[in-house]
Design a protein around this ligand. Structure first.
Ligand code: GRF
Length: 211
């Protein structure tokens, strides 16, 4: 059992958000964090590649950004250590992977395990990996959605914080389905992060309970 409130003494919790793409989940968090009482401040946005819309969104909001690109390192372990160091510079209470298309490694999890969360566009444990919406569509499921989880060393295997569902319709293609998923994903992300930073959470076995 564990309880980790992060925005104590009315100080907003410090969030570092990592992105790889368009950053609509990031934008939802930026918008939420502007509202009084949300309980979190985005202190930095990091990416694994330059020149992406996610970084631009951060810059437009006046949030510091950094890039730690795998190609600049001889191996994955060195990249992982550099990413952990870059995130550590901002002393986060919570790290949010919001469309960050890389697996973090042992060094990162040593430092930020238990307080790093990720969102996946499928209902775990079904359809892990980078093609969640496509795999769900091809399988023919009638309901899919998004899963918010605490990051562990596996691929989308971490303890589930929350899930949100959408119906798959016969006219859906991968893009329309992913867009539908992203709509509920953003709402779930904003709501769960807010509850986590304001009130903390408890874990019993694999059950994550937001307070
Ligand atoms: C989200 O659906 C996320 O779950 C997946 O990639 C998408 C990122 O969207 N890994 P955005 O960059 O937040 O718009």
């Amino acid at each position: 059992m564990e309880s980790v409130p992060t925005s104590e003494n009315s100080q907003p919790a410090r969030l570092v958000v990592l992105v790889s793409g368009t950053g609509t989940n990031l934008q939802a968090l930026i918008d939420a964090a502007r509202k009084p009482g949300y309980g979190a401040e985005i202190v930095a946005v990091g990416a694994d590649r330059p020149e992406i819309a996610g970084l631009e969104r951060a810059q437009q909001a006046g949030i510091p950004t950094f890039v730690v690109a795998p190609n600049d390192f001889p191996n994955r372990a060195d990249w992982d250590a550099a990413l952990a160091a870059a995130v550590g510079e901002f002393d986060p209470d919570l790290v949010v992977l919001a469309g960050f298309m890389r697996l973090v490694g042992a060094k990162f999890l040593n430092k930020f395990g238990g307080r790093t969360i990720n969102t996946h566009p499928a209902l775990s444990p079904a359809f892990p990996g980078v093609n969640g919406p496509k795999d769900a569509l091809e399988y023919g499921v009638k309901v899919t959605g998004a899963t918010l989880f605490l990051v562990d060393e596996g691929v989308d295997t971490g303890m589930i914080i929350d899930q949100a569902t959408v119906r798959v319709e016969s006219e859906d293609d991968v893009n329309s389905l992913h867009e539908k998923i992203k709509q509920v994903e953003r709402i779930m992300l904003v709501e769960s992060v807010g509850r986590m930073v304001r009130n903390g959470w408890e874990i019993k076995d694999r059950w994550v309970k937001l307070q």
